[in-house]
Design a protein around this ligand. Structure first.
Ligand code: NAD
Length: 473
């Protein structure tokens, strides 16, 4: 617990849960069970470092809920890792998965190390030992608990994990499904990299397509022509900006930690990215105005503000100056509870992180399905669809005596590749989740904000699942 916060991270998740639970019909005991972290594995293990020293590594894996199996959630490598944080993040995973209808319980893992301070060989040893500890205690497996990348980990670590798991479980046909976020060559899925940003776009687009919601905000329906400001040009911010721009919105400002840039006619994220790569700064981008104080970009006039960098960037201090009509929480926890209160009063719509940035876990679910089915998406139907479409189009052209353009022909004939199906599955998941949350909010206008409505949505689904499972006597 930090000195400034009256509650630990896990306690603050519990508080949000309790606030939402008061809008549900579930009995107290069941709510207590939904909230509780079911299994907590706190471990210490020795690793011999390159210089011969033995270091005791502190690590965790928490399975918050097994109302659905397996559990799912990333593994974080950070100095800040502690049990409370891992518990909080595991709980959030349960609710996030429930909202986007990913049939997993929540989990999370963490190793208390700063990965920058270790050699690649040391990191490999730590990751492999951690995995074998998980195997020993039955805390990992395609039907038990499936980790993924988080802060400080990526494809490389996931490859080490799957390799360790497979070698300890010889003959396990579904071993590749023990972890997601793997490289495509190791059973990963195409479309994972852009998944979170694309999910953010699909979620906000669905909100913008709701006429009544837009009318209340004084905005027109749809994303075309909407002005967008993005904070953070990392993986999530870059892709969010890209999909907004490609779909007719104008990204008028982009903020990075060294400053922000503004252009009323819109910015191209790829050009900005290349400029930053070449010059080391986002500033002085041709045609754009510099904003020296990066945080000022959050307070500019726009329709949609996307914080996609860090937590707590909008708080009680700057929230009253924010002029956006919609705030899409692409990052985890970019708004403090004080900011939430300010926006609820001002009638600014906050689209909450818990579901808006669920694109990554949704596509992880698709990766896991691919691993269990042992076949690449699209392999079975691509040719069939293309042949059928060719026949249909040829018939239509013969019957009408007209021909379509080559560009149109290519679109019509195209059979789905893996990435097309992954994007389509993500689009469906985000649209469905947005509609479910909004329907709950509409049904109960006493619910103060979309965040609480999202929690209610999650609690109802987990509650239903427990009830239908029956509680073991
Ligand atoms: P990233 O490291 O790729 O990008 C973060 C970017 O923010 C960097 O470019 C960094 O320079 C910039 N930044 C840092 N401090 C800043 C500041 N003060 N002002 C403006 N910009 C600043 O990380 P990411 O993967 O894009 O994740 C961003 C957020 O989204 C995090 O909160 C993360 O937890 C959340 N998230 C990510 C994923 C995912 O799939 N990557 C999924 C869910 C949630």
């Amino acid at each position: 617990m930090s000195n400034h916060q009256p509650y630990s991270f896990f306690q603050s998740v519990e508080r949000s849960f309790d606030k939402a639970a008061s809008f549900t019909k579930w009995e107290k005991g069941l709510l207590e069970q939904i909230k509780a972290c079911n299994s907590i594995y706190s471990m210490r293990f020795p690793v011999k470092m390159d210089d011969g020293r033995i270091e005791v590594i502190e690590a965790y894996r928490v399975q918050h809920s097994q109302h659905k199996s397996p559990c799912k959630g990333g593994i974080r490598f950070s100095d800040e890792v502690n049990q409370d944080e891992v518990m909080a993040l595991a709980s959030l995973m349960t609710y996030k998965c429930a909202i986007v209808n990913v049939p997993f319980g929540g989990g999370k893992g963490g190793i208390k190390i700063n990965p920058k301070k270790y050699s690649v060989y040391e990191l490999e040893k730590i990751t492999r030992r951690y995995t074998s500890e998980l195997v020993k205690k039955n805390f990992i497996g395609p039907g038990i608990d499936v980790p993924a990348p988080d802060y400080g980990t990526g494809e490389r670590e996931m490859s080490w994990i799957v390799d360790t798991y497979a070698s300890l479980k010889p003959g396990e046909i579904d071993a590749a499904g023990c972890v997601t976020g793997k490289p495509v060559t190791q059973g990963g899925v195409r479309g994972r990299k852009e998944a979170t940003g694309l999910g953010v776009f699909y979620g906000i687009r669905e909100v913008c397509n709701m006429q009544d919601v837009m009318e209340k905000l004084g905005l027109s329906t749809g994303v075309v022509g909407k002005t967008v400001i993005v904070q953070g040009l990392g993986n999530v911010g870059y892709h969010t900006a890209k999909f907004f721009r490609e779909n007719g919105s104008k990204v008028i400002a982009i903020a990075e930690y060294e400053g922000a840039i503004y252009n009323a006619n819109g910015l191209n994220e790829e050009e900005v990215f290349q400029h930053r790569k070449a010059t080391g700064s986002i500033l002085n981008f041709p045609g754009a105005t510099n904003i020296a104080k990066s945080g000022d970009a959050l307070e500019m006039e726009c329709d949609i503000l996307i914080p996609a960098a860090l937590e707590n960037v909008i708080n009680g201090e700057n929230a009253p100056r924010v002029k956006a009509k919609i705030i899409g929480e692409a990052a985890n926890g970019p708004l403090t509870p004080e900011a939430d209160e300010v926006f609820a009063k001002k009638g600014i719509l906050v689209v909450p992180d818990m579901y808006l940035n669920a694109g990554g876990v949704t596509v992880s679910y698709f990766e896991w399905l691919k691993n269990l089915s042992h076949v690449r998406y699209g392999r079975m139907e691509k040719r069939f669809t293309e042949n059928l479409n060719t026949k249909i189009l040829t018939q239509l052209e013969e019957l009408t005596g007209k021909t379509v353009s080559t560009a149109e022909r290519n679109i019509i004939l195209h059979g789905p590749e893996e990435v097309d199906l992954v994007h389509s599955g993500l689009e469906e998941s985000m649209i469905a989740a947005t509609r479910e949350i909004m329907a709950i909010w509409k049904e109960n206008p006493a619910i103060p904000d979309m965040r609480t409505a999202a929690y209610v949505c999650a609690i109802n689904k987990v509650g239903t699942s427990y009830t239908e499972l029956g509680i073991f006597p």
